[in-house]
Design a binder for this molecule. Sequence first.
Ligand code: NZQ
Ligand code: ZN
Length: 385
Amino acid sequence: MLNFDYRNPTHIVFGKDRLAELDQLVPANARVLVTYGGGSVKRFGTLDKVITALGDRVVFEFGGIEANPKYDTLARAAELARRESIDFLLAVGGGSVMDGTKFIALAAKFDGDSSSLLHHGFNPVPVTEVLPVGTVATLPATGSEMNAFAVVSHQGGKFPVTHPQSFPVFSVLDPSLTFSLPKIQVANGVVDSFVHVVEQYVTFPVDARVQDRMAEGILKTLIEVGPVTVAEPENYNARANLVWSATSALNGMIGSGVPADWTTHMIGHELTAMFGIDHAQTLAVVLPSVWRVRKEQKRAKLLQYAERVWDITSGDEDSRIEQAIAATQAFFEQVGLKTRLRDYDVPQERIADVVAALEAHGMTALSETGDLGLDSSREILELAW
Ligand code: NZQ
Ligand code: ZN
């Protein structure tokens, strides 16, 4: 096992009908900015319940945070937070709203051009004071409700941002708040969660048995509940298991002490930025090809994955690996996501532009060993087309 530090300060408030507890979770004298997206939380009544729970606190609202939140929008919210001396941010929405709000929390206290905060990658941004953020998560997918990451879109790129104080103080996870999601967003959540797990698991073995078995447990859960929760949006138990799988996939636990390979995410981010394809759909397209191109580097873990997650034990090694990749791809299709680049109307000749964007964004040494260059990214994209 590799050395690691693990710290996760987010208080999870899980279960049905718990929004009223916001009254205890948010400081009594706080000036609160409630942030949300394009309006789903208004349409389905969640925002009203949140505002009611906040009682007689001074509350401001900032709506309109778009999917793949844009820097310019978030900078306007940060300006509002400064102007109104906000001291608590409450994000009500999916990953985009939670991520966007984490960025607002950093930018509101930052003197200077906050767009500079987009250029620190996975290193902490140089900010000394961060507004506290709570979340009411309405879409199980990103894990943003229990991690310190945000992804912000700006000028044709998607930029990771993080800071040790960017963990939400609390996150309310009420599976029933997610019943209103369209099927495609549920499918996106299943696949995003699945890929978060495998990017921390299908690397090379370091004898991290707890992490491996937790990862396998989440994957098997997603395989069981994914199709059920897509087909039966109001099946509480299936949805509850999806919600907790999504959070557990990217809250740092299974990633402690093991290598990680974020190649699929990094290539996927370029596809979202360039073609507007939903985050999870880019992952469904890229992951199978990453595994096919990197079969030798990942051989031992792909074989473990085949056996322990899909119960594939017959055939020679290469055949077992290919069966596991095909099963993964079929699972993504089964929940409702297409897995070829051409399914999303991306012309094959645009692959060169994606490779150029990877280069422009410094994504030239990807993978768990940092040896995946632009030629391999091109090969992955060609194979995915
Ligand atoms: O904007 P509204 O009107 O709220 O509608 C949203 C949006 O259109 C809708 N929605 C959310 N909850 C709903 C609902 N509709 C009905 N009922 C509900 N309960 O769903 C649509 C998509 O929402 P969005 O927040 O964009 O989706 P998701 O949660 O998948 O977040 C995607 C973003 O997270 C980033 C992605 O890059 C992308 O920007 N990621 C963040 C990560 C992190 N913080 O660790 C890791 C991920 O890998 C990912 O990169
Ligand atoms: Zn993701």
